[in-house]
Every structure is written in C-alpha cells, then in structure tokens.
Design a protein around this ligand. Structure first.
Ligand code: KIV
Length: 265
C-alpha cells in the first residue's frame, strides 16, 4: 500500500508507530522500501555521511534534488520527504516555495522538511499554501549548530522546553502534517506528542513519539566518525564490508578470483 501524508495521520490515530529512515541513492532506497519502511527522508545529513562534511550547512538544494531523484527511482511504497537545506528557505517565503517546488517538481519528493518554528513560520505557510506537504523539525536542529554552540541536546531548561512546545503548536496550526523532534529529553517529547494531533517522529527524543527516524548509515553501522547516544546499530556493515574487501584483495592476489564460474569461455 502506498504511504501518503494521510497515512501518517491515520497511523497516529490508530496508535501504530511510524517508521522513517534516510536514504540517499537508488540501491539503498530499494532495500529500505522493500523491507517495508513507511517513509524515506532524503536528509541533508547526506552532507555528513555521503560527502564527509563536518556539518549539514554546506549542502545545496541541487544536491538534495540530485539524491532525491535517485531515491525516487528505487522507491516502491514509502512516502518520500526531501530535506530543505540551509539557506534554501531562510531568506524569504518566495525562496522557500521555489526551492520546495524544485524538490517536488525536479526531485520527485512528495513532501519537504524544514527546520525551525516561529522564525520560519511564514515560509512554512507559503510552502503549504503551494500545496506542498511540510514536515516540521524542532529541537536539536542540525542547521543551527553554530547558534547552539555544537550538537547539543535542546529543551533541557524550562524556557527552552516551553519554546519548543510553543513552536510545535504553531507549526501544527500552520498545517504541517508531522514534526521531527530531534535531541530533546523524553518527557518533553512525550508532552509534545500528546498535545499535538499530528504525528511526531523522534530521533534522540525517546519512545513516546508517534514514530522514529534514523540515519541509515548510523543504524547499519557504516558511519564511524561519531556515534550519538540515540543511535542503535542494527547491523555492523563496517566489519562486513572491511572483511569482504580484504577477502577480495587476498583472492585477487593469490589467484583464487576470478574462478571458473566467473570466467567466459
Ligand atoms: O538530515 C537528516 O537526516 C535529518 C534526520 C536526522 C531527521 O534531518
């Protein structure tokens, strides 16, 4: 069954948890959609796990479009969300609509994700008015890394927690169909999830969110530069890939590869 923005609301109403994973290319998208994930996020995390940058800030809208195209080709039923990178929606509502529109029109995304609350509310409304579904993103929003002074858990103090809750309510009122809650204490995520009628998708926000999202390279154990506390490694592909490559090198060097069955006669 094709997952749409309407499915997200239905899942929350039924108390069925929503699953989201990132993917950045055709092969990985094909694997995760075939495994049955509800949604694929073409995250600007691609800047870190695909490009090796130290933050998501350098990622451009053209790069997200490029990766979204590949993911769409591999997708079957998942809802494809394209991430709006830094500076693609901060300057004006017009800019936001143009760039979100490009993600849909050129990339094939079915929805976009935007980081922020009251500071970007006009842009969020403009994108929704253009009939493009929006996922909000609050808490440890990685595009604010410099303003936060690092990748730090947000909403620990009362004032900050209140602001995140108010932003969540504001985004819901503006018409976003879901909100990603990243790097906030579990009790705050629980309160937000209970107060909102739309679903919350958590990453480092505890178990009470209406769904969860992880960066695919983190959960498969392919990205070792740093491993945040909230990441669970469901596989150790680092070891599997390293072993396979070493095996290949050895077999080429000792003449065991290619064998008869890999050879045209
Ligand atoms: O870019 C991304 O992958 C994200 C997730 C971490 C939510 O925004």
């Amino acid at each position: 069954m094709k997952i749409t923005v309407k499915s997200f609301q239905k899942f929350k109403d039924e108390g069925r948890k929503i699953t989201m994973l990132t993917a950045y290319d055709y092969s990985m998208a094909k694997l995760v959609t075939s495994a049955g994930v509800d949604s694929i996020l073409v995250g600007d995390s691609l800047g870190m796990v695909m490009q090796g940058q130290s933050s998501t800030l350098p990622v451009t809208i053209d790069e997200v479009i490029y990766h979204t195209k590949m993911v769409v080709r591999g997708n079957k039923n998942a809802l494809i969300v394209g991430d709006m990178p830094f500076l693609s929606y901060h300057i004006s509502a017009e800019d936001a609509v143009r760039n979100a529109g490009r993600l849909v029109k050129e990339g094939g995304a079915e929805a976009v994700k935007m980081e922020g609350g009251s500071n970007i509310i006009n842009q969020v409304k403009a994108v929704i008015d253009a009939q493009i579904p929006v996922v909000g993103h609050l808490g440890l929003t990685p595009q604010s890394v410099n303003a936060f002074g690092g990748f730090k858990v947000q909403g620990r103090d009362e004032e900050n927690a209140k602001r995140i809750l108010e932003d969540a309510l504001l985004l819901e009122k503006a018409g976003v169909f879901a909100i990603t809650l990243e790097g906030i204490p579990e009790p705050l995520a629980k309160e937000i999830s209970e107060k909102l009628t739309i679903p919350t998708i958590g990453i480092g926000a505890g178990k009470y969110c209406d769904g969860q999202v992880l960066v695919i390279n983190d959960m498969l154990g392919m990205f070792n530069d740093f491993v945040p506390k909230f990441v669970k490694r469901y596989a150790d592909l680092n070891t599997i890939i390293t072993d396979a490559v070493q095996n290949y090198i050895q077999e080429v060097q000792n003449g065991n590869f290619p064998a008869e069955e890999h050879t045209y006669k």
